[in-house]
Design a protein around this ligand. Sequence first.
Ligand code: NAI
Length: 248
Amino acid sequence: MGGRLGGKIAIVTGAGSGIGHASARLFATEGAKVICADFSGDEERTADEIGEAGVAVHVDVAVAADVERMVAIAEDRFGKLDILFNNAGIGGPKLLITEQTEEDYNRVLDVNLKGVFLGMKYGIQAMLRNGGGSVVNTASAARLVGWRKNAVYGASKGGVIQMTKAVALDFADKSVRVNALCPGMTWTGLVPGSREHSEPPADAPVPPQPMRRWGLSSELAAAAIFLASDESSFVTGVALPVDGGYVC
Ligand code: NAI
């Protein structure tokens, strides 16, 4: 029962790669049992790395029946759900809005925003059955500023912030905390070239962040565990930038 998440049951979506992978591993290291949810197949690898404390679940977060099943697995296996990290997300094509297809719009909104909606819809029901919990939703530093050719993605992440704040208010007096994590440009599977290089190579473009470097998945996981754990017990409804100073 030791560690910052000792005795806690957590779901991490997008656990196959990047921020979700680093967070699932950190949560387990700190004592949580972790449902590693993804639809890439890499959720199996993450759960294997974690060992006994990890359970892989194949989930498309945009599909209600998948998300309901994911939450049911947490309750069936471990009797409760304490932490839900709604982290799975996709970038979508970087295009002018005049060039975006309706299909791409629908898929980005379905994964990034509806996925968070479904996670909270079913996850918070489970938390209420157990007397409370902590939800962390991954938004983006793109929530506060416009990024060129990023209208659809930015809208999805702006929606995540608004949903986070509204749900935080709705459940603030019911021991369910809801916060958002807002990564700046982070070296993950979303970045071209990251599959070949686990860390940014010397010739990688320097992102426009005051620290003049990429964020690392481990740095986002460190912020996610703060929001997920009881260390942030008086924090709800915040959108925490972890972005090397980007939105200063
Ligand atoms: P990643 O591509 O390394 O990891 C995302 C994971 O989500 C992948 O394993 C993918 O298979 C999974 N996923 C995607 N759609 C899914 C679906 N429908 N159902 C289940 N799993 C699905 O990327 P990263 O960067 O770790 O992404 C995590 C979150 O961070 C995303 O929400 C992303 O939008 C957000 N973010 C990332 C930034 C970056 O610079 N890397 C910047 C701002 C936000």
